[in-house]
Structures are given as C-alpha cells and as structure tokens.
Design a binder for this molecule. Structure first.
Ligand SMILES: [Zn+2]
Length: 122
C-alpha cells in the first residue's frame, strides 16, 4: 500500500480512501489520496470532455470533405487516447472500470453513428 503525507499535518499515512490520520484525525478523501487519484480525476474530466469536443468538431467539419476526414482521424486518435484500457491501473474497483467503459462506449458510439450518417449524405 502506498503512503502519502497527511494534507493537514504531513504525518505519513496510507493513501487508501477513508484512512484516518492517527496524528490529527484527518480522513483521506476520494480525490486526495495518492498521485493515482489525481490522475484519476484528470482522466474523469477527460473522458467527458473529449467525446463532447469530438462530437462538435465532427459536426461542424461536415460542410467540407477534407475538414470532415481530418476530424474523423482526430476523433480516432482521441478515442484511442482516452480508451479505459490504457488507464487500468487507475481503477480501484471493477465498478469504476465498467463505468468508464460505459462512458467511453456510449460517447464514442454516438460519434461513430453520427459519422456513419454524415458519410451516407456525402
Ligand atoms: Zn494528519
């Protein structure tokens, strides 16, 4: 188990969520634990932000063929970049893993459907 410094008194404690510092009584919260928790919160924001951005880029690029195909390539790169498979070590529980796979599949699935529909109109 990793150790962190207590954010209140700097005493060394376990990074696990819910750990109570024996020195000052501070309880380790969800996002404050170790470095992984910080990466986790960053990834959480990314997994919402990236599909949303891809969606807008693909939608607004559809007026021009070259822009549209560039947007599709960008979308694929971003989708691969945020795939939960690459962040397996960030997840503490299976629930978190399935949650992120759900978000990823739903977000990117919608965009793939949209691209497919737009391609048929070209
Ligand atoms: Zn403390």
């Amino acid at each position: 188990m990793d150790l962190i410094n207590c954010p209140v008194c700097e005493h060394q404690i376990l990074s696990r969520i819910g750990t109570i510092c024996p020195n000052c009584g501070h309880t380790v919260k969800y996002f404050e634990g170790n470095k992984k928790r910080k990466e986790y919160s960053k990834y959480f924001a990314l997994s919402i932000f990236v599909p949303f951005t891809s969606f807008l880029i693909v939608l607004f690029s559809a007026v021009n063929k070259i822009a549209f195909f560039t947007a599709i390539i960008l979308f694929i790169i971003l989708a691969v970049y945020t795939i939960p498979l690459r962040y397996n070590k960030l997840f503490f529980t299976n629930y978190e893993k399935y949650l992120f796979w759900g978000i990823w599949l739903l977000g990117n699935g919608l965009i793939v459907t949209m691209i497919y529909n737009l391609l048929n109109k070209l």
